[in-house]
Design a protein around this ligand. Structure first.
Ligand code: C2E
Ligand code: MG
Ligand code: MG
Ligand code: MG
Length: 282
């Protein structure tokens, strides 16, 4: 009795640090298993033409159904997947799955050939994988034309490995695959690097979008970003539009595309299919 009591007490007083490390290790172990068991699913968030109201594409966002912890947010497991290199397998699966889904939507006439699918890329995928070969194989297998695939990269990811990024970006452009800079404004944010990394789209981070109605800094900042983008021939996509007011301000600022809870939260395949069908009738 005494012995087991002692043991229990010992466990209670495990320092917090160890618990954290243990939890991390547990997630890493679970992540490995989840990749084998394919415990992931993609959700899709509609991207809207703010002028016409049409759905012009969707962003694929990964979700993990953990056996005991329920749904785990990508913000919590993508960083671990990156540190452990597991992101290579996971990232490949994500691109394949998204392209496969787009192909199905195309076949069923849910979307036309102008509709694109956006997939997030991690910095690690740039530097360490045979990303281009993988993408070539996926496009061939799913019969998706390269213009229908958009890859999203953050400024931080580019800056982490400038040389690899420049090479990969150039090769992707040669293939006519579209590129977007994600979370624009939150990272390194040196506007000068945009010249070295020509991309098709800038996604304005939701932190700016959500403050755009207080006539102060954000309005001016978003205005500046839109002007720069125009000068450089890039399209602007506003992230995290939640209110009618934000939408109105963005339209005033000449921002043409956007996504956010105002239109729809990320949806599973069935919901997204319904969403697009109802949108077409409207
Ligand atoms: P992100 O690429 O910037 O994706 C946008 C995030 O904002 C998503 O969070 C989305 O659900 C959320 N969001 C959309 N509309 C609104 C809104 O109106 N208000 C607010 N407050 N949030 C909104 P989510 O799905 O949790 O993903 C978080 C991040 O995880 C993503 O940010 C992306 O960086 C990363 N991520 C997601 N899926 C993948 C993936 O397949 N691969 C990689 N490498 N990263 C991924
Ligand atoms: Mg994104
Ligand atoms: Mg973003
Ligand atoms: Mg992000």
């Amino acid at each position: 009795q005494a012995k087991s009591l002692g043991k229990d007490q010992y466990q209670i007083f495990v320092p917090h640090m160890y618990q954290k490390a243990y939890q991390r290790l547990q997630i890493e172990t679970d992540l490995r298993q989840a990749i084998q068991q394919r415990a992931f699913i993609l959700y899709y968030q509609p991207i809207i033409d703010l002028i016409t109201g049409n759905v012009i594409g969707a962003e694929a966002l990964i979700r993990w159904q953990h056996p005991t912890q329920g749904w785990i947010s990508p913000a919590d497991f993508i960083p671990i997947a990156e540190e452990t290199g597991l992101i290579l397998k996971l990232g490949n699966w994500t691109i394949k799955q998204a392209c496969h889904q787009l192909h199905l939507w195309q076949q069923n006439n849910i979307v036309d050939s102008s509709f694109s699918i956006s997939v997030n890329l991690s910095a690690y995928q740039f530097a360490h994988s045979n990303l281009l070969e993988q993408i070539d194989a996926i496009l061939a297998e799913t019969q998706i034309s390269p213009q229908c695939l958009k890859l999203e990269i953050t400024e931080t990811a580019i800056m982490e490995n400038v040389d690899a990024a420049a090479q990969v970006i150039a090769s992707l452009r040669q293939r006519n695959i579209q590129l977007s800079i994600d979370d624009f404004g939150t990272g390194y944010s040196s506007l000068s690097y945009l010249h070295s990394f020509p991309v098709d789209n800038l996604k304005i981070d939701k932190s700016f979008v959500q403050r755009v109605n207080d006539k102060s800094d954000s309005f001016g900042l978003v205005n500046a970003i839109v002007q720069i983008a125009k000068t450089m021939g890039m399209k602007i996509i506003a992230e995290g539009i939640e209110t009618d007011n934000q939408l109105e301000q963005l339209k005033l600022l000449d921002c043409q595309f956007g996504q956010g809870y105002l239109f729809s939260k990320p949806l599973d395949v069935e919901e997204m299919t319904k969403f697009m069908a109802s949108f077409r009738k409207a």
